[in-house]
Design a protein around this ligand. Structure first.
Ligand code: MN
Length: 232
């Protein structure tokens, strides 16, 4: 019997693992902002890697929804956007991890959708406020089953694409990431003690756009499978 809780404690947030009946307990969700030049440009902000560092926002683990789900159109927005992303699943704790050692800390990879209330994000951005209302809301982090990494060496290329109702909206190659996976792990782990269960959404390419009730989103990443989401 557990402690004398005032109300039931939330259970663990679990992610599926492809080809396994074991599950991946989710700890934190980190998201990289502006990690493809063409997406940064469409958001009206240029990125210069020689003078800038990556930046992050977070979502609470309870925002996670498995791929294949149907979600409600979220409240307080009129501009609900998809963002298709490669997700890194951390499997081993580390602090101040070098880029060369980053692969040791990766359990696997997944397809992710960083669903965004774009109007609320931009409104906050304009006045220098946090992005939480635009980014960290219920059912905003969609995740496909995690594919355990097969061999050593982090993913550095491969096609990533997203379609809405069968029409391609985002298409790129992971080699266009501004900050590579080792570089992100090296940088993020200077600020946080990374833990198994931490997910990193690595950023979205150009072509983001709105969806409405009734739309079906389908995404894929070469070698990692697919993800889908229906908006009701
Ligand atoms: Mn994103």
């Amino acid at each position: 019997m557990s402690a004398n809780l005032l109300f039931p404690a939330p259970g663990p947030v679990l992610a599926a693992i492809a080809g396994s009946d074991r599950q991946y307990p989710v700890n934190r969700i980190f998201c990289v902002g502006r990690n493809y030049h063409a997406h940064a440009a469409e958001m009206g902000v240029a990125v210069d890697k020689s003078t800038q560092e990556p930046f992050y926002f977070t979502k609470h683990a309870g925002a996670l929804v498995p791929g294949g789900s149907t979600v409600a159109y979220p409240p307080q927005t009129a501009n609900y956007h998809y963002e298709m992303e490669l997700v890194v699943a951390i499997g081993k704790a580390g602090f101040e991890i070098s880029a060369a050692a980053a692969d040791d800390h990766v359990f696997g990879y997944a397809c992710g959708l960083d669903m965004t209330r774009r109007d609320l994000q931009l409104k906050a951005r304009e006045v220098g406020r946090p992005w939480d209302l635009g980014k960290d809301f219920e059912e905003s982090a969609i995740l496909s089953p995690i594919v355990p990494k097969a061999t050593s060496g982090v993913i550095s290329h491969g096609r990533l694409a997203l379609s809405v109702n069968g029409k391609i909206r985002q298409e790129t190659d992971l080699d266009k990431l501004i900050w590579s996976i080792p570089e992100i792990i090296e940088h993020l782990s200077r600020f946080y003690h990374l833990q198994p269960g931490d997910l990193i959404y690595t950023g979205t390419p150009e072509g983001v756009g709105p969806v409405v009730a009734g739309d079906r989103i389908e995404g894929e990443i070469e070698g990692l499978g697919t993800i889908s989401l229906t908006v009701k």
